[in-house]
Design a protein around this ligand. Sequence first.
Ligand SMILES: [Zn+2]
Ligand SMILES: [Zn+2]
Length: 208
Amino acid sequence: MLRIHSLEVGPFAMNTIVAWCDETREAIWFDPGAEGDTILRWIKSNDLIVTRIVNTHGHCDHIADNGFAKAAFNVPLCIHPLDRPKLTNPVLNLSVYTGIEVVSPDADEELNEGDLLKCGNVEFKLFHVPGHSPGSLVFNADGLLIAGDTLFNESVGRTDFPDSSESDLHSAIRTKIYMLPDETKVYPGHGDPTTVGHEKRYNPYVRP
Ligand SMILES: [Zn+2]
Ligand SMILES: [Zn+2]
């Protein structure tokens, strides 16, 4: 069974997520964005074996501690090909506008819609949900969804960046996320968890 530890970190209040299989204790660290040392201590104290570092997308608040995580675990860093250029480019990952330029290591593996991502005995299904950024991915397994900055609790990701698209985001949410069972628990990149059913009923931005 899949377990999730979501912790809000850094100046952008980003949720970094550790997901693990409670049978094998193999884990994936999603979005090492800040406070990597805190997460590293938590991972070690829970005897988890990190097998991959995965970015939901390439914005600086989600990738700033990729280098720290890679140095700690020396496992593949993975992202969708369309957001891969953001990793090493402070203009594209928007950090140039924050005053602290972020340069991540380049990716070791690219992830695409339809790929299965193993985490111990659990397999994540991947969906490409462009709009907030061109290479945004969401990850679905065991009735859970790791949603990055696509869908939030009664909100959605920003689409005012140069490579964003509001219409792409809304259609991706409708055709890929709202198709999941209502009880699917959604872990967003910012803010509190929610469910697909709650958002279908109450999200003011994207109606089913
Ligand atoms: Zn973002
Ligand atoms: Zn974010």
